[in-house]
Design a protein around this ligand. Structure first.
Ligand code: SF4
Ligand code: SF4
Length: 180
């Protein structure tokens, strides 16, 4: 996995324009069953990707901690919410609570496991958001994620093979082969 993660930012940079154009086409003519397509592509990718061999998201980026997340996690630690915030979090430029440090304070760096797995932030549960409904609406963040998450990169590549935007300009019958 290490060599895949090392090469990923460059690979994502090389594919950035191609992926961006693809998302622009998908936004213009959104496949009718995009949610089903994404659900299949997501499941197929995560059948072969073991996050415990990677943890690149936990090592390099921060999830957003919502009020509900902060309430749940501080309760788990039996900490006052304010103390939890002061200990682990800071406010970013968009006014969201995010981690003070990377890698995440809750990552066990011996085995890449999350030490607060059952109460982890919602953003961690959903990352890299590739089975989210209306996936085409989060293309900006997905383009960023393709440089962080090898699974997200593979899923966008698989999308391009599964959704034939060029051949079906009316957006009716999209070729979908499910997995590569
Ligand atoms: S979600 Fe992506 S970046 Fe995070 S551990 Fe899994 S494969 Fe790696
Ligand atoms: S809370 Fe857990 S899943 Fe979320 S970034 Fe930290 S270690 Fe990763």
């Amino acid at each position: 996995m290490e060599h895949i993660l090392t090469a990923l930012p460059e690979k994502a940079k090389d594919k950035y324009n191609e992926h961006k154009k693809f998302f622009a086409k998908i936004k213009k003519k959104t496949p009718k069953h995009l949610d089903n397509i994404m659900s299949e592509l997501h499941d197929a990718e995560f059948k072969k990707t073991d996050c415990l061999t990677c943890a690149n998201c936990c090592k390099t980026t921060s999830p957003i901690f919502t009020e509900k997340d902060i309430h749940r996690i501080s309760k788990h630690f039996r900490m006052k919410q304010q103390r939890f915030i002061e200990t682990y979090l800071e406010v970013d430029e968009d006014n969201f609570h995010v981690l003070k440090t990377a890698p995440c304070s809750f990552l066990d760096q011996q085995d890449n496991s999350c030490t607060i797995y059952d109460v982890r932030p919602k953003a961690c549960q959903e990352y890299p958001h590739t089975n989210r409904r209306n996936f085409h609406k989060i293309s900006e963040i997905t383009l960023v994620n393709t440089a962080i998450c090898p699974a997200a990169f593979n899923i966008v590549e698989a999308m391009q093979k599964a959704i034939d935007v060029g051949v079906n300009p009316k957006g009716k019958k999209y070729k979908f082969n499910g997995r590569d």
